[in-house]
Design a binder for this molecule. Structure first.
Ligand code: AMP
Ligand code: MG
Length: 421
């Protein structure tokens, strides 16, 4: 007869972080990712119309000055400063005018003023422009009060950008304003990195696909649509690598396919050390696996490895933890792989509209949003609560050390938008 099994005794530390285990602080994990990863994507030249959100592969040099020639900043009249006096005076108007795109075409006759419109190239001889509101005219002459500043209302050639100047630096993610600057300085195409291809793979026998009839014991795969959409928002190329069952051979085949098609693989689920945690088992077998026990809530284990030379981020299965780990670890890592370098997201310090007592030893992220300038947090911290992710508009980050938050304590708020979502 076998001895009846009894459960293991409770230990002193059952509510504490495991002693002797090294819980890696977030900042240490960041340092490792920043220093160990490098750009893995290539380069291509794209037209300005295709360049929004792409990452510059090289510094951009202005092909032309802006403005290319001196021009008028206002609608008014051009004249020679030396021909003005302090006090009331008149000047005859030269025949013709200078308009944007339709130059005056000759030298301003001595002792004259010339009609000039905003953006018009400054005619030779003109060194000052008087605002039309400061002038009366009968069409043949203008009357005004002198005492103008020489050079008034002129834009100098190159006062914005000189030809040959570096206007944008490699690694920059191109914004609408960058397209204006590039176009203005004579560029029609830019050298950018090829888009980072990121495969997203879900794992678990319990996962049904949207549109399928789910068995009562199944849940719908929430992480894959979320992670694929996040990658798209980040400006990378999402690759749907499907759902792997809790079967080692099937997962292996799907990892092979994902590695062949992408620069990076994001998986969710199966990353801990349980019976059905095949991802960590496989990465372990491949010999290029590190299970990072992170001092973070929600989150904890993040399986990092290489599969056929492609980096794999094994995110936790819980959707809340998956999103937090994707934003806090995968997002900056993707930046490095994609050629934009490491970017720490700057939080906004705002007063809390909640109370919380936090223990030392790990960093915490709370689902949060700003209302009336204050951060409010979701009622439940349960990491399966997907409704809270959708309710939130960002995360409140509480530091590694212990802290006592009461209403109006300043807290660090990271909007989803600040991550690029
Ligand atoms: P695992 O890490 O595989 O043990 O998963 C942890 C928890 O997350 C379990 O409750 C899973 O059912 C759940 N989970 C795993 N993957 C997903 C997914 N893609 N969508 C929604 N929940 C998931
Ligand atoms: Mg699982």
């Amino acid at each position: 007869m076998s001895t009846p099994l009894s459960p293991p005794p409770l230990t002193d530390d059952c509510f504490a972080l495991p002693p002797g285990t090294h819980w890696t602080p977030v900042s240490e994990a960041h340092d490792m990712l920043r220093t160990r990863l490098r750009t893995v994507v290539g380069q291509e030249v794209v037209a300005l119309a295709e360049a929004l959100n792409r990452i510059l592969a090289q510094d951009v040099v202005a092909a032309r000055a802006n403005p290319p020639q001196p021009n008028s900043a206002v609608d008014g009249y051009g004249l020679r400063h030396a021909e003005t006096v302090v006090g009331p005076q008149t000047l005859p108007l030269a025949t013709g005018r200078a308009a944007a795109g339709a130059p005056f075409g000759s030298v301003l006759p001595l002792g004259h003023a010339v009609r000039i419109l905003t953006g018009a190239t400054i005619p030779e001889g003109v060194d000052t422009v008087i605002l039309q509101e400061d002038v009366t005219t009968d069409g043949t002459q203008i009357a005004f009060h002198g005492g103008l500043r020489k050079g008034a209302n002129l834009r100098r050639a190159g006062e914005d950008v000189d030809a040959g100047a570096v206007i944008l630096q490699a690694g920059r993610r191109i914004t609408p304003a960058d397209l204006a600057l590039s176009a203005a300085t004579g560029l029609s195409e830019l050298s950018v990195h090829t888009r980072l291809r990121v495969a997203v793979l879900s794992t678990g026998d319990e996962l049904a696909q949207p549109g399928e009839t789910a068995r009562p014991d199944q849940i719908f795969d929430a992480n894959r649509p979320m992670l694929l959409a996040m990658i798209k928002r980040f400006g990378f190329e999402p690759v749907d690598a499907g759902r792997a069952p809790d079967d080692r051979d099937a997962l292996k085949a799907m990892l092979d396919a994902a590695a062949a098609d992408a620069d990076l693989i994001l998986t969710s689920g199966g990353a801990s050390a349980g019976d059905e945690d095949h991802l960590s088992a496989l990465l372990n077998e491949s010999g290029a696996m590190n299970l990072w026990r992170l001092a973070i809530k929600p989150g904890r284990p993040l399986a990092l490895g290489l599969w056929n030379q492609k980096p794999v981020f094994g995110l936790p299965g819980n959707p809340v933890a998956a999103l937090v780990c994707a934003l806090i670890f995968a997002r900056p890592a993707m930046g490095v792989l994609a050629g934009e370098g490491w970017h720490a997201v700057e939080p906004l310090m705002v007063p809390a509209n909640f109370s919380k007592s936090k223990k030392a030893g790990r960093r915490e992220y709370l689902r949060a949003r700003l209302r009336d300038g204050k951060a409010e947090v979701f009622t439940s911290e349960g990491s399966g609560r997907i409704s809270g992710l959708s309710w939130a508009e960002g995360l409140v980050e509480l530091p590694d050390n212990a802290c006592e938050i009461v209403p109006d304590t300043p807290v660090a708020f990271h909007s989803y938008a600040s991550f690029g979502l």
